[in-house]
Ligand binder design. Structure first.
Ligand SMILES: C[S@@+](CC[C@H](N)C(=O)[O-])C[C@H]1O[C@@H](n2cnc3c(N)ncnc32)[C@H](O)[C@@H]1O
Length: 292
């Protein structure tokens, strides 16, 4: 057979071999095809085979292999040691910035900033904001700083990151108008169960970013939300119980409720003080699905 006619078949076999390597990490053939197209788009040809092995045989998350993940209009550099930003988080960041388009200048604390994705989402969408991201992990602080640099051309507000421990009171009596956080909230009993947490997450993502429960929410309220004199907070949660517990820590000056995500799961506990402007009060209320 002439060589020219063999070529498409060789290419098809090569593609099929790469897909076969990827399949163990993917739930459907379509997902494997999608992941292969990203690998082939973003990595040089000589890395395709190794990338498919890392993903399919070693179950490494694709974002660590490609080295990045889009988050709104922000490009987030990803590497092991720092949590990969999730679509669930991106979804509520969109709702968060909706509240503040056209508002007065305000300040935000993003506690547990990780890659800096939430802080960067806010600072690239809004010019009237100063955001501080805090994290206990030096790997996170370094990567968040790299992500600020990577996105500097699209940042409209002010943004910085600093080392902070969520279980310590805020240093220097700092004040913030808004406190946001996607803290570690997976209880220890769930973290080691296969049916609760994907294997690739347990194998590669830092336990420090995942493991936590009610004490985390107590620390956020007592060391950050109350002392910063903030007026609004929005925290990611893993269960209704975490939202109800947060409500129990606040007095009647606060309206507190749950926000459900697009899959109708409780995804955030949102709170605002009753003395905020009624225009913003209405907007925040519109994000709350159920009052607590
Ligand atoms: C669920 S990750 C969120 C990362 C990022 N905000 C996001 O949404 O992708 C939780 C983060 O909390 C940080 N963390 C864990 N314990 C902490 C503590 N005691 N003080 C401050 N940050 C902490 C972890 O390093 C991790 O970056």
């Amino acid at each position: 057979m002439p060589k020219l006619l063999q070529k498409p078949r060789v290419i098809a076999r090569y593609q099929r071999d790469l897909l076969t390597k990827l399949l163990p990490a993917c739930t459907t053939l379509q997902q494997a095809q999608r992941e292969l197209s990203w690998i082939q788009k973003e990595l040089p040809r000589e890395q395709w085979e190794q990338a498919c092995t890392q993903r399919g045989c070693n179950l490494m998350p694709l974002q660590y292999i490609l080295g990045n993940q889009p988050f709104g209009s922000v490009n987030i550099k990803c590497r092991p040691g720092v949590l990969i930003p999730r679509n669930d988080t991106e979804e509520w960041c969109g709702e968060l910035v909706d509240l503040f388009h056209g508002s007065d200048t305000f300040s935000v604390l993003d506690m547990c900033t990780g890659s800096g994705c939430i802080a960067l989402y806010v600072a690239t969408e809004l010019s009237n904001v100063t955001v501080l991201g805090g994290d206990i992990s030096q790997d996170c602080i370094s990567l968040a700083n790299e992500n600020i640099d990577l996105n500097k051309d699209i940042i409209k507000g002010k943004i910085s990151v600093d080392s902070m421990d969520l279980f310590q009171p805020l240093a220097g009596e700092k004040k913030f108008d808004v406190v946001v956080s996607n803290p570690p909230y997976i209880p220890t009993r769930e973290l080691d169960k296969q049916e609760e947490v994907e294997e690739s997450v347990r194998l590669y993502e830092p336990r420090l970013a995942l493991e936590g429960d009610l004490p985390v929410f107590k620390a956020l309220v007592t060391y950050h939300i109350i002392p910063s004199q903030c007026k609004i907070f929005m925290l990611e949660i893993g269960s209704r119980e975490q939202g109800q517990y947060t409500r129990s820590l606040l007095n009647e000056l606060w309206v507190v409720g749950l926000r459900l995500d697009s899959a109708f799961r409780p995804r955030n506990v949102i709170g605002f003080r009753t003395d905020i402007k009624s225009s913003i009060k209405r907007k925040v209320m519109s994000k709350i699905t159920e009052l607590l």
